[in-house]
Design a binder for this molecule. Structure first.
Ligand code: NAG
Ligand code: NAG
Ligand code: NAG
Ligand code: NAG
Ligand code: NAG
Length: 390
């Protein structure tokens, strides 16, 4: 027994060393992929650390770059750029995501502020081992590919600060999702009912989009949900009085929507365990009404609350322009008519015929009447503009 002791003593040391030993054997194709990504990302400063590296899996720790490996493969890749500008026009999102699929063992991928632009390729779904995906602060646009629902290992999906639009695909199959952050994009449509089946969801951030329709009440009662930010959207309607809040719900932000009526009791009072932000809706009896819009703001156009259509805003801009042209035209025509009348009166009816002087009067009245009809529409248009700017 005694002679074995030194060996047993060494065993933990050997074990802790072994990942390092294997990481030195990162497969050549993984290394090649890393350098290819570096080139496609147009050599971001945060990736320059790999240039002289001999061991990619044990780079000096940095908040800008983190690479972890298991065996011969990269399992975690985090690159943080500082770029607010999009990559050059020659960047191809499709080839970029295709190249990424050569790192099939990735469980965590974070590519933040790197200037990525273009649509998110459906090929991303080939990275089926991914648990954490963070693509925030880039310039990705278009719809989220429906195939993302096959990435069943996803636990955290963060796409904030891009220009994604369209509706969010059905994500019901992502049963292990704990965090979904879609903040600051241009998503529209309703919150898919499927959201209500996220048993593991703790954080939901849909803020700063154009989501509309009603908020599914079951969102608030998800068993583990802790943080819910739905602010700055176009959610409308009345929240049911009987709505239930989950036991873990600590933070709810529903401000700057088009919600009406009263607040359900579980959201109406701030408590030490729950913060609720609700300003700039059309809610009643929520304390300070100075921070709510009048009811007409939320109900002014029921369609506006349902359809996110930019055409509509453009339409109202067009009708506004038409209105201005109409008014101008009216004024010009009125003035022309007036001067014609004056001219005729002077020329023709010099000696008698005072009666014809009455003629210009109804015309002036008509012009005036048109511009009066116009004015109530103007504040409504202004409202729409304000809302859009919000
Ligand atoms: C890599 O090594 C070369 C030569 O040793 C050195 O000039 C260069 O600055 C190094 N680059 C980085 C990113 O450390
Ligand atoms: C995603 O990246 C952003 C920017 O670095 C960071 O603030 C955020 O915490 C990340 N989210 C996750 C879940 O890693
Ligand atoms: C979800 O998580 C559980 C526990 O962590 C795990 O056993 C299960 O395999 C996961 N499901 C999927 C689809 O990844
Ligand atoms: C929203 O995202 C854009 C980039 O798409 C970014 O420039 C802007 O600062 C973000 N706004 C907020 C409030 O996060
Ligand atoms: C999303 O944006 C793209 C271009 O960025 C546009 O072609 C498309 O029509 C938009 N889709 C929706 C539903 O707004």
């Amino acid at each position: 027994m005694a002679p074995l002791r030194p060996l047993l003593f060494l065993l933990p040391l050997i074990l802790t060393q072994s990942p390092q030993i294997s990481s030195q054997n990162l497969s050549p194709s993984q290394i090649k992929t890393l350098f290819r990504l570096q080139r496609m990302l147009e050599y971001p400063p945060s990736l320059s650390l790999i240039n002289n590296a001999t061991n990619f899996c044990y780079l000096p720790s940095s908040p800008l770059l983190s690479i972890s490996c298991y065996g011969t493969r990269i399992t975690e890749l985090e690159i943080n750029g500082d770029s607010s500008a999009p990559l050059s026009p020659s960047f191809s999102a499709d080839s970029f995501f295709t190249t990424l699929t050569r790192l099939p063992s990735l469980t965590s991928l974070s590519l933040v502020s790197l200037g990525l632009w273009g649509p998110l390729s459906p090929k991303i779904a080939r990275l089926s081992s991914i648990r954490d995906l963070n693509l925030s602060s880039n310039h990705l646009y278009g719809e989220i590919p429906a195939g993302i629902s096959s990435m069943v290992n996803l636990e955290s999906l963060v796409l904030s600060g891009n220009s994604f639009n369209g509706t969010v695909p059905d994500l019901r199959s992502l049963a292990n999702l704990t965090e979904l952050v879609l903040k600051n994009n241009s998503f529209g449509g309703n919150v898919p009912i499927g959201f209500a089946s996220f048993d593991q969801l703790q954080k939901l951030d849909l803020s700063m989009n154009q989501f509309n329709g009603k908020i599914p009440p079951s969102l608030f009662s998800l068993p583990l949900v802790r943080y819910m930010d739905l602010s700055r959207n176009r959610f409308a309607g009345v929240l049911p009085a009987k709505l239930l809040c989950g036991d873990n719900l600590e933070f709810v932000d529903i401000s700057r929507n088009l919600l009406m009526g009263g607040l359900p009791s579980c959201l109406s009072s701030d408590s030490s365990t729950r913060v609720v932000l609700k300003s700039w809706n059309c809610l009643n009896s929520v304390g300070d009404s100075r921070y709510q819009h009048p009811k007409s703001y939320c109900s002014r156009d029921p369609l506006a609350a349902v359809l996110p259509s930019p055409e509509k805003e453009e339409g109202s801009k067009k009708s506004k322009l038409g209105l201005i042209l109409g008014i101008l035209g009216g004024i010009v025509a009125g003035a022309a008519l007036l001067s014609l009348m004056v001219f005729l009166i002077f020329k023709k009816a010099r000696p008698e015929d005072v009666g014809s002087v009455k003629l210009p009067k109804p015309i002036t009245q008509k012009t005036l009447k048109t511009s009066v009809q116009v004015s109530p529409r103007t504040p409504a248009d202004t409202n729409t503009c304000n809302y859009t700017l919000d």
